[in-house]
Design a binder for this molecule. Structure first.
Ligand code: ADP
Ligand code: MG
Length: 242
């Protein structure tokens, strides 16, 4: 039987709030407004996942599906330096792919099964999960079709997380669209995109927001084993930190 592993976020406070970090064999969703650090967290974890277990890692490779074109190898290299690992090696251990539409997003996920079958991978990043669904399916008329296709994608991701012992880290946007917000009850007035389908697929949900000054705040809004609580973190050259 596969054993569940936790991967550190880069922030000790946030790790403590999460009982040690994000767990493999589950979908972890991080949502919040722009510039809260979702992509920075994805970059940070893409390095930490490669580290030894004593350092909060999983000694694994990383798959990274980028839907917004915000992946930066230079950031991976800077974060690698913080943890004392070879920057080029850190980049080589990340299988990167850019998705341009939802069909490609699904194809890329399916294609990664071959990578995951090597049992070398411990983290799958999808940054962000909903952005292409929101541009490919516009308006209420297409919402039910969108949710159906999204559900298939999420079932596949869940299955892969369990079969291949992966942390699936999905970032998500908050909705500003008033029509949609009436449809999906929100959390603290900030509603993640994706509705009930995504809410049910996510094992752990984290809401990120700006705090005082440089500070950012993460709130655990849904977790199988953590109470609802907050932790602060900052974004540095070396990635997410305390
Ligand atoms: P999101 O994906 O939630 O929209 P990002 O993860 O892109 O947000 O985070 C953007 C924030 O990260 C910005 O406030 C930016 O100043 C900060 N940031 C990006 N790179 C660095 C860096 N090298 N050092 C410190 N902060 C950085
Ligand atoms: Mg981003």
């Amino acid at each position: 039987r596969k054993r569940c592993i936790r991967i550190s976020t880069g922030s000790k406070q946030l790790d403590a709030a999460l009982n040690g970090g994000f767990q493999t064999m589950s979908i972890n969703e991080v949502y919040g407004e722009f510039r809260c650090g979702k992509t920075q967290l994805a970059h940070t974890m893409a390095v930490i996942a490669q580290l030894p277990k004593e350092m909060g890692g999983a000694e694994g490779k990383v798959a990274y599906i980028d839907t917004e074109g915000t992946f930066r190898p230079e950031r991976i290299m800077e974060i690698a330096e913080r943890f004392g690992v070879d920057p080029d090696q850190a980049c080589e251990n990340i299988a990167y792919a850019r998705a341009q539409n939802t069909e490609m997003q699904t194809e890329l996920l399916d294609g990664l099964a071959a990578n995951f079958a090597t049992n070398e991978y411990r983290l799958l990043v999808i940054d962000s999960v909903m952005s292409l669904y929101r541009t490919d399916y516009v308006g209420r008329g297409e919402l039910s079709e969108r949710q159906q296709v999204l559900g298939q994608f999420l079932r596949r991701a869940t299955q892969m997380a369990e079969e291949f012992n992966l942390v699936v880290l999905m970032t998500n946007q908050v909705m500003s669209d008033p029509g949609a917000s009436a449809l999906f009850a929100g959390v603290d007035g900030r509603k993640p995109a994706g509705g009930h389908i995504l809410a049910h697929a996510s094992t752990t949900r984290l809401l990120l927001r700006k705090g005082r000054g440089e500070e950012r705040v993460a709130k655990i809004v849904d977790s199988p084993d953590c109470p609802e609580r907050e932790a602060t973190y900052i974004i540095t050259t070396g990635g997410i930190n305390d």
